[in-house]
Structure formats: structure tokens, C-alpha cells
Ligand binder design. Structure first.
Ligand code: URA
Length: 214
């Protein structure tokens, strides 16, 4: 069966049973906030494995208790840039795997009337130009917040950028890809619809509210 929006060239969809199981928990309306947080963090780890698949490594000679061996380390620093608030849930799940990553924060909210993005906060780490940068936004809904956040990160010098989300939808993919056609998008699934209030359907509701229990 074809997934709507899957034809987007820069999209990589997770195809993994563990991701599908966690995503189902996130969607379920009876999932409590603590279970939602745990599922989002677990899914974030799987998304990170996919996003980091093509990162360059550097060979380094290391010593085991018995002999030297050809070890590997990441060639570049990593910067995570969650879009506030819900992006913090993805960051929480990724940090244990990337304890040395730096974090930037971008605050963007959607004007409820126009659904246009309004930036209210931006603090980005140094060395973005040499880093692998993951912009984190669980819901690629209208695509405008993610596109605006990626523009901010690009303007700060980032060159190796990916957008990581949980759910995307065709309008969000189209808007984002038009603004940043070269930026890969990693997502767990593409849902068919965006409703008039800017929510992805079937989706999972308001990711920030469900993560923070608000
Ligand atoms: N933001 C959310 O949290 N959920 C949606 O469905 C769309 C945007």
C-alpha cells in the first residue's frame, strides 16, 4: 500500500516493528503522560539511529584489555535543535545516546488564527558549521515552524542538517520540501490529513500537551 507523501524525495521513513509499537502507544488516546513520555523517548532513539546512519566516522587506534584494535569515533560534533516545546521530548530520548551533543533551542509557536509561525526564542550552539545538526519537531503539520527553524539554523552556519519528526503529513512535507529541498526528513510515519486547526489526523493530538501533561 502506498503511503501518502512517501514520494517526497528527501523523506526517510522508519520501517521497524519497535518504532511501530511505540508510535501506536503515542497515538492511543488512553496513554497516560508518563507512558507517552517513555514511548516518545524510545521512538526518539530509533529515529536517531536512522538519522545518524550516514554520519562519517574517524578511525582511531584503541586498546582492548588484550590488544590494540581499529576503533571508530564520530567525525563531527553533534548539535540537537529541538523546537519548543514538543521537540524537547525527542531531545530527551536522544541525549543518553549522544551525551556530548550540544543543544540549541528554537521557540516558535503557530498563530492560531493564521497558523503562521512566530519566533519567540532562538539560542544556538557554536560550531554549527562543522556539526551534524538534527532539528527536532515531532509533528510536521503545516511545515512552517520546521521550515522557519531550519532557516534559522542555516543562517547560523549549519551545513549538515536533518529534520527529525515522529509524524508528517503531505501538506507539511510539501511546504518543508519547497523551502529546504536538500534537507533530509526522518519520520516514523506519514498520516493522510491535516485538519483545519493544523492538527495531523489521525495523529496523536497535541504532542507538547501530552508530553508535559498540560
Ligand atoms: N502539533 C501537534 O502537537 N500536533 C499536531 O497534530 C500538529 C501540530
Amino acid at each position: 500500500m502506498s503511503t501518502p507523501g512517501k514520494e517526497c524525495a528527501s523523506l526517510r521513513l522508519l520501517d521497524h516493528p519497535l518504532a511501530a509499537a511505540q508510535l501506536s502507544l503515542l497515538r492511543l488516546s488512553s496513554t497516560a503522560p508518563n507512558e507517552f513520555r517513555e514511548a516518545l523517548r524510545k521512538l526518539a532513539a530509533v529515529l536517531l539511529f536512522e538519522a545518524s546512519r550516514q554520519w562519517e566516522t574517524r578511525a582511531i587506534t584503541m586498546q582492548s584489555p588484550l590488544a590494540s584494535f581499529a576503533g571508530m569515533t564520530l567525525a563531527r560534533p553533534v548539535a540537537l535543535v529541538p523546537i519548543l516545546r514538543a521537540g524537547l521530548g525527542l531531545q530527551d530520548g536522544m541525549m543518553p545516546l549522544l551525551p556530548e551533543a550540544s543543544t540549541g533551542h528554537v521557540g516558535i509557536y503557530r498563530d492560531p488564527a493564521t497558523l503562521l509561525p512566530i519566533e519567540y526564542f532562538c539560542r544556538l550552539p557554536p560550531k554549527l558549521a562543522e556539526s551534524e545538526v538534527l532539528v527536532l519537531d515531532p509533528m510536521l503539520a503545516t511545515g512552517q515552524s520546521a521550515a522557519a527553524a531550519v532557516s534559522l539554523v542555516k543562517n547560523a552556519g549549519a551545513q549538515r542538517l536533518q529534520l527529525v519528526c515522529v509524524l508528517a503529513c503531505p501538506p507539511g512535507l510539501a511546504t518543508f520540501q519547497q523551502a529546504h529541498p536538500e534537507v533530509p526528513i526522518i519520520a516514523a510515519a506519514v498520516d493522510p490529513e491535516l485538519n483545519d486547526h493544523g492538527y495531523i489526523v489521525p495523529g496523536l493530538g497535541d504532542a507538547g500537551d501530552r508530553y508535559f501533561g498540560t
